[in-house]
Design a protein around this ligand. Sequence first.
Ligand SMILES: C[S@@+](CC[C@H](N)C(=O)[O-])C[C@H]1O[C@@H](n2cnc3c(N)ncnc32)[C@H](O)[C@@H]1O
Length: 238
Amino acid sequence: MIKEKIIAAYEEMAEGFNSMIDHKPHNAYYDRPNTLSLIGEVEGKSILDAACGPGKYAEILMAKGAAVTGFDISPRMVQLAKERNKNKGTFFVHDLGEPLIKLESQTYDIVLCALAMHYLEDWTLAIKEFHRVLKPNGHLVISVEHPFFEYTYFKSTKYFEIEPVKCNWSGFGKPIEVNSYRRPLHECIVPLTNNGFYIDQLMEPKPVPEFEKLDPKHFKELNEFPAFMCIKAIKRSE
Ligand SMILES: C[S@@+](CC[C@H](N)C(=O)[O-])C[C@H]1O[C@@H](n2cnc3c(N)ncnc32)[C@H](O)[C@@H]1O
């Protein structure tokens, strides 16, 4: 099954991912600065970091005064998130595709899900759960692989379908096959607007200047065509 392959891939690359996440250009100088700009001020806020990986976002958000709960499907990633954040924050193993039974309704000011929704074939349950655990008017901020980038990168001929895809990553140690689902743009928007959110901002991010020093080729490419997309959605009042 694809889910088992995704877990196995992240278990295997967890150490490499953790050791590189602070400065890996696509994360540190492309995804994070743009996604964090949509999150805004966090002091005193309670944040759920869904698919938290090794807890880098949690580290940044807690340093800015937020209280963070994080979860990830990879037990090794959760362990690394705990180690990175010492005794701060709460981290547990959980699958985005399952109900968040441990979490009370209307608990969080912000839900963040960075670079992980593309591991779900169907977003509906996860979005409904994000909606349930958010306080009224709470914010959901997600970053995903850009649908137009994926369509060309995976040489798809079926734009309107949600398709399983795979590629080899070599950026976090030895090359490893990573499975995910590519989807059309409307499949990134309709699950939000049909499940109690309105879209506040949609960003096609550009890399920040630090990226250029580490990886000038991709810096140029990302200034010409986006690889990621960031969305801020707000929980509608009933
Ligand atoms: C690209 S990493 C992003 C990690 C973190 N959000 C960040 O940006 O630093 C994707 C993460 O999603 C997690 N993941 C994949 N499928 C998941 C699922 N169904 N439920 C929860 N986490 C999942 C992986 O284990 C991995 O840690």
